[in-house]
Design a protein around this ligand. Structure first.
Ligand SMILES: Cc1cc2nc3c(=O)[nH]c(=O)nc-3n(C[C@H](O)[C@H](O)[C@H](O)COP(=O)(O)OP(=O)(O)OC[C@H]3O[C@@H](n4cnc5c(N)ncnc54)[C@H](O)[C@@H]3O)c2cc1C
Length: 292
């Protein structure tokens, strides 16, 4: 449980961190909250020669309204996101998701940027980020680029981030009109990680019909994904139990479910259906003002 020796750097600015990352290349690892990296280092599944601690950088944990969206600094902890009044009012899906991550210690140390960059197949945020059609900002010393959430997750523990890039910001839309959202997960009791987790966002028209549906699923496959077949099946339908049940059956379509000591592939597939239905029902009740 003791990591290999490494050289520790605590840069004072993002620019300094980017330069260190460029200089040390793939021999270096960024350290944010350490809740995923440190266990990997202790098990020697990761043995970086250089550890660049960005967790001490100031001014990167903001949550603020900016250009019609909510911008969140990569170092906002899960506890910051869960406690944000702004998110609770204007993008409640993200704060609800954060509140369900791990335990108090994990939420106080772990960061939004670290969770997304790590891309654990059982992590909670990816489902919400996908359902929100969020934007992710990645910086190098040469400038920054924006990556759509849909393009961000490539495979298990693999994202679109390039060597030398630091994830600096996540932007989520402000919830408008008759829109409701919900995050529901079946969690592994020891860690809180999702066996299956589903984030749903529904918008209803004046007649109560579904105008838009977005469903992000985590835990089922090697990476989080949008359940597109289920989303399409809901468009134009009335928001009702029968409609949600039949759409939820389409959520696992096209995904080869993971199987491990916590859950078999079949169990995960069935639970993805159950938790999609539950997330849709709650999102619809919230959209129509029938639930808190
Ligand atoms: C007991 C336990 C229970 C947990 N339960 C859950 C759970 O229920 N749900 C859940 O979703 N997660 C859970 N986690 C994981 C937790 O949410 C982590 O905090 C998160 O996955 C990683 O965030 P971090 O800030 O700690 O990143 P770190 O561990 O510091 O880094 C993780 C990886 O991301 C890279 N990285 C970090 N920040 C950046 C950045 N800004 N730009 C580019 N690369 C970066 C690092 O180099 C490293 O490779 C749990 C962890 C533990 C230990």
């Amino acid at each position: 449980m003791i990591p290999s020796a490494f050289e520790y750097h605590a840069p004072k600015s993002l620019e300094e961190a980017l330069k260190l990352l460029e200089r040390h290349g793939d021999e270096a690892k960024l350290l944010a909250g350490g809740q995923s990296l440190l266990p990997l280092m202790k098990l020697r599944l990761a043995s970086p020669r250089f550890v660049i601690d960005i967790g001490r950088l100031r001014g990167m944990n903001y949550i603020r309204e900016e250009d019609g969206m909510i911008a969140i600094g990569a170092l906002a902890t899960h506890a910051d996101v869960a406690a944000s009044e702004l998110l609770a009012q204007k993008c409640p899906l993200l704060s609800e998701t954060a509140a369900d991550i791990g335990d108090v210690q994990v939420r106080n140390r772990g960061t939004l940027g670290g969770s997304l960059a790590h891309a654990d197949p059982a992590a909670d945020y990816p489902a919400a980020i996908l359902a929100l059609d969020a934007e992710i900002v990645a910086a190098t010393s040469g400038g920054a680029r924006t990556i759509a959430a849909r393009d961000f997750f490539v495979d298990m523990l693999t994202t679109q981030l390039r060597p030398g890039e630091i994830l600096t910001q996540v932007r989520v839309p402000i919830q408008k009109g008759r829109t409701g959202s919900a995050f529901r997960k079946l969690y592994q009791p020891a860690s809180g990680f999702a066996i299956v987790g589903v984030a749903a966002r529904l918008s209803l028209g004046a007649s109560g019909k579904i105008e838009s549906a977005a469903i992000g699923v985590t835990g089922l496959g090697p990476k989080a994904f949008r359940a597109e077949a289920a989303e399409k099946a809901l468009l134009g339908k009335k928001a009702g139990e029968k409609e949600f049940s039949s759409a939820a059956k389409l959520a696992p379509r096209g995904i080869e479910p993971l199987s491990d000591l916590h859950a078999s592939a079949n169990y995960r597939r069935e639970m993805a259906i159950v938790f999609t239905r539950r997330a849709l029902e709650t999102a619809a009740a919230r959209a129509s003002g029938k639930a808190g």
